[in-house]
Design a binder for this molecule. Structure first.
Ligand SMILES: Nc1ncnc2c1ncn2[C@@H]1O[C@H](COP(=O)(O)OP(=O)(O)OP(=O)(O)O)[C@@H](O)[C@H]1O
Length: 653
């Protein structure tokens, strides 16, 4: 534990100067944010969406950075659930925190912590070898090979509806008994005879893969727990190493992730580390809270701070949002300028053409702009989201049904080509997308060369690549940015062959940063390009959905978690089917009809209703100005026609 650390008013002002606009402050009548920023004890922070909890955590980190290094040599750990969330933290405060982002501190995902500090050292100690890979895709591929080569003729396995899925899902519990999925029980395993031939064969498969160092993500937790059991002192070492541990988005931790953190850093209240868990139970939309009740995973601590006011949404949205909160939440809007716009219900019909709902939403926004209800130069994006984004057959409405271009747009931005020059000749006619394609091409070369990010054992993404270069090779970082600019400008002018030659020269230095030379990627680099013919060019640049010349962004609710929007259009979508016939329920308007009509969700509501409520809660809590929800006329007539029109503005598309 470092010597007494005090957070002063001056420290808070410093954090405000970096994170907030000149007219904003962490102070308010309750000073909930200041209390959290100053607090350096083991506590939980529960806060409503848009309350600034991530901003408050960043403030605390900025302040602690200035107190580093700690005299006792200990460091700070910041853990979140996804790489995106970690990248966000790095992007926001990275440039002010050179010490925080290096030894002895750790900022990463829960998975990378478990891999790096527990699974890998244990594996190395037992086998004297390094783990080959911790990656689900790679692991599943090896299981498939094993099945094809060794278990192909097994009668019991072949009788199963999804043999491969069953095999890929097998895990060891801590007693090396087989289970189906990490948090399941031995009793639920399909094969009951544990001394039978097939059971032994499956155990053997698991052991062989483990011994070869081929692990799925869950296996890292299995090894981690073995390590902690065999060497309980590891716990103390980690507590000494990290005097402050902050977990953001705590609600998204699954039970095995929660348990391992709790075991090490809470240690039944005896930990040397200060352990702070930050989140919003109502926003649990990842694994946490699905198999287990969230309250069973993230149990409340006696020492809990709260932030109840949101800087994001208006009173009108807060009123609606309350009903979708599974854990009763006191949600208030504390925005200084409060928009009077009511949430809107957009009713569409079968005869509306595909993009009419989104276009109606755009017309609404334009109208509100002219009426000064939405600022002309609005700050945050305008987005249309739905829970389910994959196209479904039949009459099941999902995101692509609202926008015929949705899938096409998405697939083009992710298109993979099989040669370097194909990336150049197929590039779009706009700077940003060309830049994107060029980066995708470099990432593809790294993948072909099997270069992985040692922080998380995954292939580099655009942001992790930039982060790595910025941290390890500033010269290459600056060079890449300049090159991307230069290449993109030249491609727009049609100088592809000049760019192609320059990229080939550049690659030696680029790959050198990762300690490798061109090898497996030579074929990709030199192969002749192939032009992909696009049948209808207009497909890729739909002009219909633009406001201020910017396209409305479409995506899943999951993809906008943590974001702030100016306006959000939530499009209902088909998810599973509960019940049958006339009363079957698949859409939010059906499962959550009572919540739309001012009734709070309760613990006795069924699992799918609760899951729908969580998704709606996250989606509905994004906008600063306008929330709209699109519902089909049939479902409106049956479920929502008696909605309170003082609360919701109802309009037909
Ligand atoms: N003290 C503050 N004063 C004014 N605005 C603030 C303050 N703190 C945060 N904000 C703004 O409020 C919005 C939400 O902040 P932030 O993303 O930190 O909230 P959050 O609680 O983490 O949200 P979510 O629960 O959706 O992840 C942002 O636009 C941020 O700039």
């Amino acid at each position: 534990m470092p010597a007494e650390t005090n957070i002063t008013d001056k420290d808070i002002k410093y954090a405000e100067s970096i994170l907030l606009d000149a007219d904003e402050s962490f102070e308010d009548d309750k000073n909930e944010r200041i209390d959290f920023i100053r607090n350096l004890e083991t506590i939980d922070l529960h806060a409503v969406p848009g309350s600034g909890k991530t901003t408050a955590l960043l403030a605390k980190l900025l302040i602690l950075e200035r107190k580093l290094p700690f005299e006792d040599g200990s460091g700070i750990m910041v853990i979140s659930h996804t790489n995106n969330a970690i990248d966000e933290i790095k992007n926001e405060i990275g440039e002010y925190c050179p010490k925080l982002f290096s030894y002895p501190n750790f900022i990463g995902t829960i998975q990378s912590f478990v891999n790096q500090y527990l699974a890998k050292p244990f594996f190395n100690q037992v086998t004297k070898e390094k783990i080959s890979k911790i990656n689900d895709d790679f692991y599943n591929e090896r299981v498939e090979n094993y099945y094809n080569n060794v278990l192909r003729d097994n009668f019991w396995l072949n009788k199963r509806a999804n043999t491969l899925g069953f095999l890929q899902n097998i895990r060891f519990n801590e007693n090396n008994m087989l289970i189906s999925g990490i948090n399941s029980k031995t009793d639920d395993f399909a094969l009951k005879n544990t001394s039978g031939k097939t059971y032994r064969k499956l155990s053997k498969m698991k052991n062989i893969l483990l011994n070869q160092g081929i692990l799925c993500y869950d296996d890292a937790y299995y090894l981690a727990n073995k390590y902690l059991k065999k060497y309980p002192e590891i716990k103390n070492l980690l507590q000494k190493r990290f005097s402050y541990v902050f977990v953001d988005e705590m609600q998204d931790m699954d039970i095995h992730q929660h348990n391992i953190l709790e075991k090490i850093f809470y240690n039944n209240g005896n930990s040397k580390s200060i352990y702070q868990r930050i989140g919003d139970r109502n926003q649990a939309i990842y694994s946490g809270g699905t198999n287990f009740k969230l309250e069973e995973i993230w149990k409340s601590r006696e020492n809990t701070l709260k932030i109840t006011g949101s800087y994001r949404f208006s009173k009108n949205i807060a009123t609606v949002l309350q009903n979708f909160a599974l854990n009763s939440a006191d949600i208030k809007s504390i925005k200084s300028e409060n928009t009077k716009l009511k949430p809107h219900l957009l009713i569409y019909n079968d005869y509306n053409s595909q993009c009419e709902v989104i276009q109606r939403f755009i017309r609404l926004i334009n109208k509100f702009k002219t009426e000064n209800k939405i600022p002309e130069d609005y700050k945050y994006p305008i987005k249309a989201v739905s829970w389910i984004t994959k196209e479904k057959e039949g009459n099941k409405i999902t995101l692509p049904d609202y926008c015929p271009k949705f899938n096409k747009n998405r697939s083009t931005s992710k298109t993979e080509y099989n040669s370097l020059e194909s990336y150049l000749i197929n590039s779009k006619n706009n700077f940003k997308e060309i830049n994107n394609d060029l980066l995708n091409m470099l990432l593809k070369i790294l993948r072909i060369e099997k270069v992985v990010n040692s922080d998380n054992d995954r292939y580099y993404t655009k942001s992790s690549l930039f982060w790595y270069l910025k941290k390890n090779n500033k010269e290459q970082y600056e060079k890449l940015k300049l090159k991307l600019y230069d290449w993109s400008t030249k491609i727009i002018k049609g100088n592809n062959s000049e760019v192609s030659e320059d990229i080939k020269d550049y690659l030696d230095g680029f790959l050198g940063v990762f300690g490798i030379e061109k090898n497996k990627s030579i074929e990709f680099i030199n192969k002749d390009p192939k032009k992909i013919i696009i049948e209808d060019e207009t497909d890729f640049d739909c002009h219909l959905c633009k406001i201020n010349n910017k396209k409305i962004e479409l995506g899943s609710v999951h993809s906008v978690k943590g974001e702030t929007h100016t306006a959000t259009l939530y499009l209902e979508s088909f998810y599973q089917k509960d019940g049958s016939g006339e009363n079957a329920k698949s859409y939010e308007s059906q499962r959550l009809n009572k919540q739309f009509k001012n009734e709070k969700i309760t613990d006795s509501d069924n699992k799918r209703t609760k899951k729908s409520a969580r998704i709606a809660y996250v989606g509905f809590s994004r906008p600063t100005h306008l929330l709209a929800f699109a519902v089909h006329k049939d479902r409106y007539d049956k479920y929502l026609s008696d909605i309170n029109e003082d609360v919701w503005e109802v309009i037909e598309v």
